[in-house]
Design a protein around this ligand. Structure first.
Ligand code: C2O
Length: 567
């Protein structure tokens, strides 16, 4: 094992797309940011130098950080943000995980441009992949191009002014030839392939806004891993990937030599009364031996994409994933010690006092909720993890996440609540700093229930510091008497993000074995900003080896503002 060291210089840079120059916050002058490549077992040292005017943290999405919650990089939960002109070093190791993860800023909406791939290769080399050794590995990062200030976007989302849209979708930072700027086409991503060779695509959805459907004309994918956990090979012509998810898929260049578009199309809700823009980006897979005719190269072939409103395509895609039963996969515990039922939905909150009742009045704003409470960070100067570790008072303001929603109703009856939200249709709700404490080692079941007011899309619920077994998913209301029998306790996929189907539910099980303060939230940025989040606190175990160690010294310096400022 090795120590892999990186320096991330965060700064602002001008970039031009769609005829407009924008000031973009980037790492080392790149969008997407630099790729991190490690071997399982390696240690990482990443020096973040903040030369931007923003407060920054970097989160290592999906890295378990066992006994190392201090390096999780969530602003005001695990650390104070790195202020402009300050620096901070993250140190952690990557053990027991292989495949594709990613890193991103975890403060306001800055992750739209502050993100990159995080690749973990097996200790014993590529020949130990549980699938045919690929000839080449290729990251494919789906993102968005926003023509607005991302701190401002965050404020607008918090104020539920959620009419903002990205101006386009990107593949490895390129918008592609479906966009143009006064007649000149935007560049698209190009993947050059050789006939007969096998490519491992490491696909990441870094978008704030949308789930994507991805296809390559004339080719199939064989999915081999998700969220850095191997799955039984699943061959499909379409990949569905929600924000936060990562998917590894093999593609064999076995089509007649030529050009083929690789298209990523945003999946969108049925919204008859809103015509949303069609977010799509495409790149091209070019064969090295493509036929060149007398009048140039034949144009690439385009894949036939599903309907943008076909949310069942993602339901089936995710339902077909099972984990590869190899010795590295943990066994699913047979039963849970505790069970939670969490609705993910929308509610309305009065701006002032509790006097307004209706969401339609301009005194009320719309918020996103779990069990009808909308998350807000407590108003303290100390990051929660530190307050937890030192038992300082800051934790008293936290409010217990209830086991169940405050009322039972027909969660998914679309007749009850047509696409809204319209006046009077949203439950009055409240804000709270939701927290749930778990005994070390507790086996926890959660059913996430989507609700009709949240019918816009599936909700990718992401848990920090732990992987979850995805036991089952379904359409409609969860019914324990019927649905427990559907639980896959043999080879459920192991994920850090579970996609809760639109107008449906998903059931997960996880073992709370990583002491610390962990964020759990929807990975749609606007749902997160609007409050679809909670904090999970895992208590220390009985021994030193199962307890959270003291914070690294530089973290304390960071949290108390004594940064060493680089020349
Ligand atoms: Cu990908 Cu809380 O993060």
């Amino acid at each position: 094992t090795a120590v892999v060291e990186h320096t991330f210089v965060v700064s602002e840079m001008n970039m031009t797309h769609l005829c407009k120059e924008m000031l973009v916050t980037v790492v080392n002058g790149q969008f997407p940011g630099p790729m991190i490549e490690v071997t399982e077992g390696d240690s990482l040292v990443v020096h973040v130098v903040n030369k931007s005017p923003h407060n920054i943290t970097i989160h290592w999405h999906g890295v378990k950080q066992l006994l190392n919650c201090w390096a999780d990089g969530v602003s005001m939960i695990t650390q104070s943000p790195i202020l402009p002109n300050q620096n901070f070093t993250y140190r952690f190791s990557v053990t027991g995980q292989e495949g594709t993860l990613w890193w991103h800023a975890h403060v306001t909406c800055l992750r739209a441009t502050l993100h990159g791939a995080f690749i973990i290769r097996p200790r014993h080399g590529a020949s130990s992949y549980p699938f045919p050794n690929p000839d080449k590995e290729v990251p494919i990062i789906i993102g968005e191009w926003w023509e607005m200030d991302l701190d401002e976007l965050d404020r607008r989302m918090r104020d539920s002014l959620f009419n903002d849209n990205p101006s386009g979708a990107t593949m490895n930072g390129k918008l592609g030839d479906l966009y143009n700027c006064s007649g000149a086409k935007e560049d698209g991503y190009v993947l050059n392939v050789e006939p007969g060779k096998t490519y491992l695509l490491r696909i990441i959805n870094a978008a704030l806004y949308s789930e994507y459907y991805i296809k390559i004309a004339g080719h199939k994918f064989t999915v081999v891993a998700t969220d850095a956990n191997y799955v039984n090979p699943y061959t499909t012509d379409i990949i569905a990937i929600a924000p936060g998810e990562t998917i590894d898929a093999l593609v064999v260049a076995d089509a007649p030599p030529g050009g083929y578009y690789i298209t990523a199309l945003a999946n969108q809700s049925p919204k008859p009364d809103h015509q949303m823009p069609k977010f799509v980006t495409r790149g091209t897979v070019w064969y090295s031996t493509r036929h060149v005719s007398s009048n140039g190269t034949a144009p690439p072939v385009a894949p036939e994409m599903p309907d943008q409103h076909d949310t069942m395509a993602t339901f089936y895609f995710h339902g077909n994933l099972t984990s590869l039963n190899d010795t590295q996969q943990p066994l699913v515990p047979e039963r849970a010690d505790e069970s939670l039922f969490i609705t993910v939905g929308l509610g309305s909150i009065c701006r002032r006092g509790e006097t307004c009742k209706r969401s339609g009045s301009n005194e009320a704003i719309i918020v996103a909720t779990m069990n009808n409470v909308s998350f807000q960070l407590p108003d303290t100067n100390m990051p929660l993890l530190e307050a937890h570790y030192y038992h300082t008072g800051g934790m008293d303001v936290l409010q217990e996440l209830p086991d169940r929603p405050p009322m039972v109703f027909n969660f998914t009856d679309r007749g009850l609540i047509p696409w809204g939200p319209k006046e009077g249709q949203l439950e009055p709700t409240s804000r709270g700093s939701l927290v749930r404490r778990f005994r070390h080692g507790a086996v926890v079941d959660i059913v996430f229930q989507g609700t009709a007011v949240m019918q816009s899309a599936s909700n990718p619920m992401h848990l920090h510091g732990h992987n979850m077994f995805v036991l089952a998913q379904g359409v409609g209301n969860y019914d324990a008497a019927r649905d427990v029998a559907k639980y896959n306790l043999v080879d459920p996929p192991v994920r850090n993000s579970v996609v809760v189907p639109r107008i449906g539910w998903a059931a997960i099980r996880f073992v709370a074995d990583n002491p610390g303060v962990w964020f759990m939230h929807c990975h749609y940025e606007f749902h997160l900003s609007m409050g679809m989040a909670a904090i999970f606190i895992v208590e220390d175990g009985p021994t030193v080896e199962t307890s959270l160690p003291p914070p690294p010294l530089e973290l304390l310096a960071c949290n108390h503002g004594h940064h060493v400022v680089p020349n």
